[in-house]
Structures are given as structure tokens and as C-alpha cells.
Design a protein around this ligand. Structure first.
Ligand SMILES: Cc1cc2nc3c(=O)[nH]c(=O)nc-3n(C[C@H](O)[C@H](O)[C@H](O)COP(=O)(O)OP(=O)(O)OC[C@H]3O[C@@H](n4cnc5c(N)ncnc54)[C@H](O)[C@@H]3O)c2cc1C
Length: 370
């Protein structure tokens, strides 16, 4: 349903009900008409969780005196529930059922393919509705500002997640896992963990999730060479931003060996106090420690790039300094010098970390923090 339709609906509100669509908005009651008999028209821009929870509240608050239109720039609703939540987290996506029930309310209508700023202006919406709620999320990335950031196979986590979740704007992201043996994921929040999990998941299990078909095809065909994933965190294990449940899933993947340098797992008095105060911090620390302690396998053949196992490396106190992997295709030099450079945070002198990506064509570097 496009803008013309939206405009016609505004002239003939009953059309929206015929189409069984839905729509969201939100505004100060000061701006509302004083008569309780007057019908209110509200608009919500964005159909992610913020839009839907607002819609639900508006419908509950104003009974039969309201009609709410929800706009989205995409043809489909649900925002990042659809294109952000990891494909193997189906339970989280179940909230879509709750949103769908709200959307079916005859007092709500949905208009996909209508973008604020492109198809309709805020001024226009304000002239058409009693209230307009802007719930269009955050669709840009925090830039690291390091050399090589825009290079080949260097993506923000949002882009990568959009790619494997089938977001229309992410489908053509030039992810190229051919020859990739090692991946650096920058950040240690839940989104960074999602990226690492998708790359390390056994392919048959991943295929059973609702991962986008094009991404699964590429991972199945070319992602088999990935042996090492490095999770880079600027602070220590006690400050890791991820939650225990997500961490447990990652370190518990089959055929995965977990590594964390013992020196980096040492805790200060301040760390101890932090863990005492927040149980979740203790739990996250313990999970990393246990996984890393169990990580040194007795079978040496499972170590290194040549083994069957895959390896997850926690790298704490590191911030990306420069990204040098993945320039060009088929360049022989690249086979020999494929590495990334990082600096220890807080130390002025830059230290080079050779990730040991000496085989394979390209490393990949994902920014896990938004
Ligand atoms: C990669 C990623 C993974 C995540 N995974 C999880 C998870 O597993 N579990 C969890 O609880 N949270 C997760 N989150 C967080 C969660 O997705 C967000 O907190 C939540 O989606 C925010 O809701 P929102 O409605 O504000 O924005 P969004 O969900 O982003 O919805 C905004 C909507 O507005 C639309 N829009 C944007 N611009 C316009 C425009 N100009 N005109 C019209 N419409 C527009 C967009 O198309 C979109 O549908 C994740 C976030 C990211 C980035």
C-alpha cells in the first residue's frame, strides 16, 4: 500500500478497515480535541517494537474514538524483530504474534513502502493527524574511524545481520567468504555474539533456522573454511556487555574450542567488587573462564587452522587500530600478509597483533558495536 492509497484512506477512513491493515502513533493529550465524541486520527512512523507497543497503548487508551495509521518504509512490518534478531532465536521473534494481534484491530491500519522524508513530510503528517509518533529506530552505524574501515569484507554488524536476515537493504552486501579462514568481530555485546554464532554454527543446524536463503547458500558453499573467530573487546572479561544466556549458546556450540589468554582473565579488586555487585557480570566472567579452561584440547590435531575444530578467541583490552585484510581478489601477496592490526587500549604505542591469518584469502572484520 503506497502513499496514494494512504491519502485516499485519509479521505475515506473505512477503506483501511476493508484492507485489514494497521498503523501506529502517539502524542501529548494536550493536543487532543476536547470533545470525547470527536474521532482521533493518529500516525506512527515505524513498525518496529516501539511502534507496535505505542499502537497497543493508544488503542487501549482511546477506545473507539481513535484510528491509528502505521507507516513503514519497508513493505513488511516488525522492524528489527524481523531483520535484527538472530535467525536461531525463534522464541524472541514470537513477539510478532502479539504485534499481529494488535495489527488486526480494525482501528489500526498499516501502510508499507511509505517513507517519512521521501514520500511524505512530517509537516504533511502533522497537518493530517491529531498526533504523530516517530518510532523509526536507528539505522546507521557508529564508525570506528580506523584506516581500512570501508574495505572489502569489512562490515558493520548491522549490515551483516541485515544480510543474513534478508533485510531488503542488506541482501546485496558484498559478503565474500571464499577462502576466508579467520574473522575478527569487534565488540562483545549480544549482537557481536550473534555474528560469531552464525559464522561458527554447524551448517546443518543453521539451515534449520530462518536464516535468509541467499546467506545460507553462501555460508554453506564458502563459509566452511572459517576456523578462527576472534572476539575483540576494548575492556576486560568482567565488563563484557553480553548476557549469560547468549554467551552460553556461543561457547556451547559443537566442535568449538574456546581460548582466552590467562593474563587477560586476571581480575583486579575493582573487577571483584563489580562482580559482587552485579551477578550477571560474575556469570559472564565464569562462563568465559570455564570455557577457556576447558578449551585446551588434548588432541593436538584439533588445534590450529588445519584441524577439524573451530576456534573462538576472546581478545580483551584491544581496540581496532587498522584493518588491513581482504584487499582485492586473488592477489598472492594477500595470502602471505593477511592480518589485522590492533592497539592495546590505553597504551600510546600501537602494538601489532598478528592474528595468524596466514592462509586463506581474506580475513573479515565486523564491527559489533552500534
Ligand atoms: C543487529 C541487531 C540485533 C538485535 N537483536 C536483538 C535480539 O536478539 N533481541 C532483542 O531483544 N533485541 C535485539 N536488538 C535490539 C532491538 O532490535 C531494538 O531494540 C528494537 O528493534 C528497537 O525497536 P524500534 O521500534 O525502536 O526500531 P526498529 O525495530 O528498528 O523499527 C524501526 C522501523 O522504522 C522503519 N523506518 C525507518 N525509517 C523510516 C522512515 N523514514 N519512514 C518510515 N519508516 C521508517 C524501519 O523500516 C523499521 O521497520 C537488536 C538490534 C540490532 C541492531
Amino acid at each position: 500500500m503506497g502513499l496514494q492509497y494512504l491519502r485516499s484512506v485519509l479521505r475515506h477512513p473505512c477503506l483501511a478497515q476493508k484492507h485489514g491493515a494497521f498503523w501506529v502513533c502517539h502524542l501529548s493529550t494536550q493536543a487532543l480535541p476536547s470533545s470525547s465524541d470527536q474521532h482521533l486520527k493518529f500516525c506512527i512512523v515505524g513498525s518496529g517494537p516501539a511502534g507496535f507497543y505505542t499502537l497497543d497503548r493508544l488503542l487501549k487508551a482511546f477506545g473507539n474514538h481513535i484510528h491509528v495509521d502505521v507507516l513503514d518504509r519497508l513493505p513488511t512490518p516488525f522492524g528489527l524483530v524481523r531483520s535484527g534478531v538472530s535467525p536461531d532465536h525463534q522464541d524472541t521473534k514470537n513477539v510478532i504474534n502479539q504485534f499481529t494481534a494488535v495489527a488486526r484491530d480494525p482501528r489500526a491500519s498499516f501502510f508499507g513502502n511509505v517513507a517519512l522524508g521521501r514520500d511524505v513530510s512530517l509537516l504533511e503528517l502533522r497537518s493530517l493527524y491529531h498526533g504523530v509518533v516517530l518510532a523509526y529506530g536507528a539505522e546507521s552505524d557508529k564508525k570506528l574511524g580506523v584506516p581500512g574501515e570501508g574495505g572489502r569484507n569489512v562490515f558493520s554488524a548491522r549490515e551483516f545481520v541485515w544480510w543474513y536476515n534478508g533485510h531488503p537493504d542488506g541482501k546485496h552486501l558484498p559478503v565474500d567468504l571464499r577462502g576466508v579462514s579467520s574473522v575478527a568481530v569487534c565488540g562483545i555485546g549480544n549482537v557481536a555474539l550473534d555474528c560469531a554464532r552464525v559464522l561458527l554454527h554447524p551448517h546443518d543446524e543453521l539451515a534449520a533456522t530462518d536464516i535468509a536463503a541467499h546467506a545460507m547458500e553462501h555460508i554453506r558453499e564458502h563459509g566452511g573454511g572459517i576456523k578462527d573467530v576472534h572476539l575483540l573487546a576494548r575492556r576486560g572479561p568482567v565488563q563484557a556487555a553480553c548476557t549469560p544466556k547468549e554467551l552460553k549458546e556461543l561457547v556451547g556450540l559443537p566442535d568449538l574450542t574456546v581460548h582466552a589468554p590467562p593474563a587477560q582473565m586476571e581480575v583486579s579488586a575493582a573487577d571483584q567488587a563489580e562482580m559482587k555487585k552485579t551477578r550477571m557480570r560474575r556469570r559472564v566472567y565464569d562462563l568465559i573462564k570455564q570455557a577457556a579452561d576447558a578449551g585446551a584440547p588434548s588432541d593436538p590435531s584439533s588445534q590450529g587452522l588445519g584441524g577439524k575444530q573451530r576456534h573462538l578467541h576472546f581478545q580483551f583490552y584491544r581496540s581496532p587500530k587498522e584493518e588491513t585484510a581482504g584487499d582485492g581478489l586473488g592477489d598472492e601477496k594477500e595470502f602471505r600478509s593477511n592480518y589485522a592490526v590492533y592497539a592495546f587500549e590505553g597504551i600510546l604505542e600501537a602494538r601489532t597483533l598478528d592474528l595468524g591469518i596466514t592462509k586463506g584469502r581474506a580475513g573479515q572484520f565486523l564491527g559489533g558495536e552500534k
